[in-house]
Each structure stands twice: as structure tokens, then as C-alpha cells.
Ligand binder design. Structure first.
Ligand code: SF4
Length: 484
């Protein structure tokens, strides 16, 4: 696919003075007419221009890399999804600091992302001009070796209908929260190199979790009154037209959905394309929709994905945040701890401080999941905890809302609370923040300290225990779901 250009009438920041002048006007407009969509600040129009694996040679900044480095990128991008846009290239990456720049590492393929044997295999086929079928077969094998659906997502999280048939496009793992994957939102404005949902972007239909049917969502929520929270996720739902989002969300204002108190929308658009929230007619309608949901009494939260404070430096990002907050929606910030990008306490402390200054609520520091290029991005749990602890010690109470480091594992969200010594044994102190059984939540449990472990399945119970307190129950739940 060649580079695509979408004229989204998007604004772009150009001068600090222009941005400062523009800032005052929308606030005044919103105050004088509280029902109007919060006004966008004035930015010069900018087109949304996206680059995929086939466009690597068209990115002028890559010319500064060696031909070998560019070839390595092509090999990796043949296996793992790659997509970046002009805004990220021009506004977020410091090309003088490439390849170390964190946003470059966040978006561009790196050779180390593939294990050597996988890399060599694909490289040889590309160099040898192998036929298309042979190359595609090899790529598919490598992808399937990369654990495309971690934490039993396909088998255990997708709800079943009354006939025991899987309901596509939904996940219901924790009692209160349903995840919805609208099919129009199963892409992003750019792709993160470490993406744990990478399998959704490689065009393998078997690996996609998506639904385009508002009816499926509404039927499920109507009959599941135990659900209080809906999380619309992707990909990035903010790639959708507002009219699609409206089709899913507006019906939730009907009394039959009173039990849905919170609507969360997962998104990285504030980083990858903040102009989504500025300027264009569709952006105005999005602001109206958010405000309408808030005014009807729903808690609306944009679950913004951030990895580095550099994502929060542009005028467009600031303007988009102000505009969303003016609707009454809350922005909660979360993201994984990733080697080569943010495995540094100072980077996290600065990120959390910046978030609080801009009115965002720090929410989660996640552990990189056991999928895709994890060996390149993962950070040992012991180091993750040190980074969390050293970062949280540097920030004020308002930024200490960030939980973590947390693993979204199959039994639940498990947080590393600390490392300590009990009865002469060095242990990790763990707790469930969320569990498949709510009774597991907040019960401390202990794992033998292991300085290399990077995920829950690499840990063993401490004090000579044979199993975790939750293990029998979890295995019973798992066996039941896998048979179902
Ligand atoms: S924004 Fe989320 S879903 Fe999209 S590429 Fe990044 S991690 Fe993956």
C-alpha cells in the first residue's frame, strides 16, 4: 500500500504565540454556551498521512540510517505490524537521537524484536526473492510462535450466548467490566512496536477480535446487569468516525442501561494524532457526544495510553487534552513499562508529573505482556518494581494514583507490591487488583524472589507451598471455559 493521505482538516501547531492566542478563545466560548461542543483551538490545517511497511523508503528521515538498518526494518515489518504517521515523524521523534529516541523505539521496527532464528529465516527469504507463498507461510509460522493471544484471550474471555456460541467482539473477564471491540476501531493512527494486540493488525482474520454490531453489544449489556463499566477498545476506537461511536454509545442513555455507570474509551490518539480531537467537524461532534454522556450522568473516561513524557510535549496534544476535559470527561493515563523506551524511574516520574500538571490522572504502570516481541521489550519484575518505587518516591500524592507494576495475566491483574524478606526467605509480595473471582482481590500472596522472572507464569509460590491459593479454582474455571 502506498502512503495514504486523508484530508481531515486537522490543525497543526506552528508557533507558540499563535497557539497562546488561540487558547483563550475556546475557553470563553465554552463558558458562554455550555451546551456547545468545546471549541477547538485554531491550528493550521494538516493532513493525516500514514506510512506502512511498504512505504519505509518514502520516509525521508530514514535516509540517515544505513542500508543494513533499513533492510532490518523491512524484515521485522514483514512479521510485526508497522504503521506510523507524519505527525509522529515530524513532531514526536528527535531524529538527532535515533535509534535511541524513545518514540522512534516506540514506533519503528528494530532488528532485536525478532529472535535471531526468526530474523534469519525471513531475511534469507526476502534477500533470495522467495516466492510469495513461501514467504507468507514462513511469516505465518513466525507469528504463531509469538503467542498472538496472550492470557487465553480467545478461549477464556469471550462470553458465550445461550447456545454456548462465542460472542464475537466482546470480552467479559471481570464481573463489572465488559470490553467491546468495534470493528471500525481495530486499527490505530500508528502502531506501537511492542503492541500486545499486534495480532489484530496483521490481517489474519482468525486472530481478530471484533464486532461491528451495536445490537450484539446492547443485547449483552441489557441482560448483564452486574456490569457497571463498558470499555470500548481496539486498536483505537478514536480512529472511528464519531457517528459510529455514537451508534454504540448513545443508546446507553436509555433507562434499561442505567446499570452502565462508566464508559471508558481506550485510546492512544492523544499521542499519535491529537488532531483527531481538534478542528474537524467530526471532532466537534465527538465533543458533543462526550458532553452528552457526561451530562446524562455517565462517568466518561478516556483511558489514554502513554509511555513517555515526550508524547505530552506538543501544542496539539495540550489543546486536545484541554478540549476533552472541557466536556467533563476524565482522562486516565496508563501504559506499559518497556525496555528501550521507558525503563527508567526518572522518565516515569516526569511522565506522571506532566500528566498531573495537564489534568490527567495517572492510573497504571503495566508489565509488558507475554506476546510478540516481548524478549526485546520486557523488563524483569524485580527491576520493574524498583523503577516503580523509585519513580513514585519522586512525585507528589496526586501522582501516586498510578498503580503497578501490574501484570494482566490470565487469572487476573496481579500487582507487584514489593520485595521483602519473610522468615529468612526473599519474596515478592503480590496482590490481585482484579481477579476472575472477585474474592481473590486484595489478598496478599507471596512468590519466591527471582531476579530474572518477567511474568507470573515464571514465578513459584514462596515458603515451599506447592501452589497458589487461587490455583485450583483458576484451573477449574479454565478447564470449564476451554471445554466450552
Ligand atoms: S495504541 Fe494500543 S492497540 Fe494501538 S498499537 Fe499501541 S498498544 Fe497496540
Amino acid at each position: 500500500m502506498s502512503a495514504q493521505v486523508h484530508a481531515l482538516a486537522a490543525p497543526t501547531p506552528r508557533t507558540a504565540a499563535a497557539a497562546a492566542t488561540a487558547r483563550a478563545a475556546p475557553i470563553a466560548a465554552a463558558v458562554s454556551n455550555p451546551r456547545a461542543a468545546p471549541a477547538a483551538e485554531r491550528f493550521a490545517p494538516m493532513s493525516f498521512k500514514v506510512f506502512t511497511a511498504r512505504d519505509l523508503d518514502r520516509i525521508p528521515q530514514l535516509a540517515r540510517l544505513s542500508p543494513e538498518q533499513r533492510f532490518e526494518m523491512k524484515v521485522v515489518a514483514a512479521v510485526l505490524p508497522f504503521r506510523v504517521n507524519q505527525y509522529v515523524i515530524d513532531e514526536l521523534i528527535d531524529w538527532a537521537d535515533v535509534p535511541r529516541d524513545p518514540i522512534f523505539q516506540l514506533t519503528f521496527p528494530q532488528r532485536g524484536m525478532l529472535a535471531s532464528e526468526h530474523y534469519e529465516r525471513i531475511a534469507r527469504l526476502i534477500e533470495g526473492d522467495a516466492d510469495k507463498d513461501a514467504l507468507e507461510a514462513a511469516i505465518a509460522e513466525v507469528r504463531h510462535a509469538l503467542n498472538p493471544h496472550p492470557a487465553d484471550q480467545m478461549q477464556m474471555n469471550m462470553p458465550l450466548d445461550e447456545h454456548g456460541k462465542r460472542i464475537d467482539g466482546l470480552q467479559h473477564k471481570y464481573r463489572e467490566t465488559v470490553l467491546f471491540f468495534p470493528s471500525q476501531g481495530q486499527t490505530c493512527h500508528a502502531y506501537c512496536s511492542f503492541c500486545f494486540r499486534w495480532a489484530q493488525f496483521v490481517g489474519d482474520k482468525e486472530l481478530r477480535i471484533a464486532s461491528s454490531e451495536a445490537r450484539v453489544l446492547h443485547d449483552y449489556l441489557r441482560t448483564h446487569t452486574e456490569v457497571t463499566d463498558l470499555l470500548v477498545t481496539g486498536g483505537d476506537p478514536m480512529v472511528m468516525k464519531t457517528r459510529h461511536l455514537r451508534e454504540y454509545l448513545e443508546p446507553l442513555l436509555r433507562p434499561e442501561f442505567d446499570h452502565i455507570q462508566t464508559i471508558r474509551i481506550g485510546s492512544k490518539a492523544l499521542t499519535f494524532w491529537p488532531h483527531r480531537f481538534l478542528g474537524a467537524e467530526d471532532a466537534d461532534d465527538l465533543m458533543r457526544l462526550l458532553r452528552q454522556l457526561v451530562e446524562a450522568g455517565k462517568h466518561v473516561a478516556l483511558m489514554a495510553h502513554y509511555n513517555h513524557w515526550k508524547e505530552l510535549e506538543t501544542d496539539a496534544a495540550h489543546a486536545a487534552i484541554r478540549r476533552i476535559r472541557a466536556t467533563g470527561a476524565v482522562i486516565r493515563a496508563q501504559g506499559p513499562l518497556i525496555a528501550h523506551i521507558n525503563d527508567d524511574p526518572a522518565a516515569w516520574a516526569r511522565l506522571w508529573k506532566t500528566e498531573v500538571r495537564l489534568g490527567l490522572v495517572p492510573y497504571y504502570m503495566f508489565v509488558e505482556r507475554d506476546t510478540g516481541a516481548r524478549h526485546y521489550f520486557e523488563v524483569p519484575l524485580a527491576r520493574a518494581w524498583e523503577i516503580y518505587q523509585q519513580a513514585i518516591q519522586q512525585v507528589s500524592g496526586l501522582a501516586r494514583t498510578a498503580r503497578g507494576p501490574s501484570m494482566s495475566a490470565s487469572p487476573g491483574k496481579v500487582e507487584i507490591q514489593g520485595v521483602t524478606e519473610i522468615a529468612g526467605e526473599k519474596v515478592f509480595v503480590l496482590r490481585f487488583i482484579q481477579g476472575r473471582n472477585p474474592d481473590w482481590v486484595q489478598r496478599p500472596f507471596f512468590a519466591r524472589f527471582d531476579e530474572k522472572a518477567t511474568w507470573l507464569d515464571q514465578l513459584a509460590p514462596a515458603f515451599g507451598e506447592a501452589k497458589w491459593f487461587w490455583q485450583d479454582e483458576y484451573e477449574a474455571i479454565r478447564a470449564e471455559r476451554l471445554v466450552g
